[in-house]
Design a protein around this ligand. Structure first.
Ligand code: PLP
Length: 444
């Protein structure tokens, strides 16, 4: 352990981590094994993975079938390009499968290696869509405050969290952010969106981009009719709507895709994470028939956009097996059922403890807010570190969750694997209760 920790400090620059904290304390944990909803570190300590790692290990850890699908495909054809219309069966079959489970009218897929690439691709495809229709001035992307769309150039620019935007200074041009229906009502957010479109000039807007449920922003579930109103505004102004399903796709919310909860169909839909349950990196953009028709008719010559790993055969084979398991084992239904149980258990914790504010869940995507006074929704001050303290308490109790503690909020996020059972949900929320209780005692 000592040796590995030293090597980590010397040679490993961690993603989304404090480099100074790593240098002072070494890695927080070194994991060795995953099985079901549990991870085990090199010291033999077991953790319940209540976040499916990064909201992605939907079918749980240690599924041999995915390892076998990868090995079989690697032996047959580990890699072959999809550039210049070269093709192979796994990518063709996965594109067909995704088209069959996506909302009606979304039938063609561009593959990437992850969520950020998918969102950058969706933004570039959208701008291309307008350019080939001789409307190159339509290039602005309207995103939501608190949105998280990734860390590539365009996806960071679309992200509405200032810490990510400030990391490297200036962002790409042509991105604006509008209110999200969290501290604002849906009507206020829609009003702001209309104002933004009008102020920017409707003819300069390429697309509105949103997660059906904002994940890294703190699991913000919009009111039922909000996305329908966004869709209607886009239609009114002839603007495309891009749904970022990177977290919400593949069963997470109790539906195969998040937009199904709100009865809307986007023009482009991005995905990653749950498509392979994280066993291999893969993502993509599903485009509507209308967008596909336009590309077929007007995109002349080569489409100058493609990643080496667009349509990676081994990742595609794993994706196909993963979706087969999600369907075969009824994991979307399980997410719905266990999500309902998780929410009821959250409500019980809310009624028993003094510092629990709003609790919410859609399927197995949930959150618990910590506040100083639930009656007035008065928040803790950032230096009280309420959410990070609960996360530390949970860690000590063998559970991994994620805090969202920017802009004055203290939110504990939950996204356990979709295979979780009743007893495990019970244990998960019991640990939460104990951890929050300990922090409550400390802060009051
Ligand atoms: N979009 C959303 C909604 C996400 O939550 C994430 C990652 O958490 C991304 C995009 C970026 O995906 P990736 O980290 O695979 O690039």
């Amino acid at each position: 352990m000592e040796h590995l920790a030293e090597l980590d400090k010397k040679h490993f620059i961690h993603p989304t981590s404090s480099i100074q904290q790593q240098q002072a304390n070494g890695p927080k944990v070194i994991m060795e094994k995953g099985e079901g909803i549990y991870l085990t570190d090199i010291n033999g300590s077991e953790y319940m993975d209540a976040m499916s790692s990064l909201w992605n290990v939907n079918i749980g850890h240690g599924q041999d079938e995915l390892a076998e699908a990868a090995a079989e495909q690697m032996k047959q054809l580990a890699f072959s390009s999809a550039f210049s219309t070269f093709s192979h069966e796994p990518a063709i079959r996965l594109a067909e499968k995704i088209a069959s489970i996506a909302p009606d009218g979304l039938n063609a897929v561009f593959f990437t290696s992850g969520g950020s690439e998918s969102n950058d691709s969706a933004i570039k495809l959208t701008r291309h869509y307008w350019r080939i229709q001789d409307q190159p001035e339509r290039r602005k992307i309207i995103g939501l405050k608190r949105a998280y769309h990734g860390v590539a150039a365009a996806s960071t620019s679309a992200t509405g969290i200032k810490e990510f935007q400030e990391m490297a200074g200036e962002m790409m041009t042509g991105f604006v952010h509008t209110e999200t229906p969290y501290e604002k009502t849906a009507d206020e957010a829609i009003h702001d969106l209309r104002q933004t479109i009008e102020t920017e000039g409707p003819d300069t807007v390429a697309a509105v981009m949103a997660e059906p449920i904002q994940g890294a922003g703190g699991v913000l579930i919009p009111p039922d009719d909000y996305l329908r109103q966004v869709r209607a505004l886009c239609d009114e102004y002839g603007i495309l709507f891009i749904a970022d399903e990177v977290i919400t796709g593949f069963g997470r919310t109790g539906k195969m895709f998040g937009v199904e909860n709100f009865s809307i169909t986007p023009d482009l839909m991005t995905f990653a994470k749950g498509v392979t349950s994280g066993y291999l990196p893969l993502g993509g953009v599903i485009v509507s028939d209308h967008v596909h028709e336009m590309l077929k008719e007007k995109s002349k010559g080569t489409l100058f956009h493609g990643f080496t790993y667009s349509g990676h055969p081994t990742a595609a084979a794993v994706g196909l097996k993963n979706i087969e398991i999600i369907e075969r084992d009824g994991l979307v239904e399980n997410a719905r059922e266990m999500g309902g149980q998780m929410l009821r258990a959250f409500e019980k914790v809310q009624s028993e403890l003094d510092i629990v504010g709003d609790v919410r869940a859609k399927g197995l995507l949930g959150a618990v807010e910590l506040v100083q006074d639930p009656a007035t929704n008065k928040r803790f001050s950032p230096d009280q570190q309420a959410a990070p303290k609960v996360i530390d308490q949970l860690h000590e109790r063998g559970m991994i969750c994620r805090p969202v503690s920017f802009e004055g909020t203290d939110i504990i996020c939950f996204a356990p694997p979709l295979i979780i059972n009743r007893e495990q949900v019970h244990t998960m929320v019991e640990k939460l209760h104990d951890a929050v209780f300990a922090v409550q005692k400390e802060l009051q």
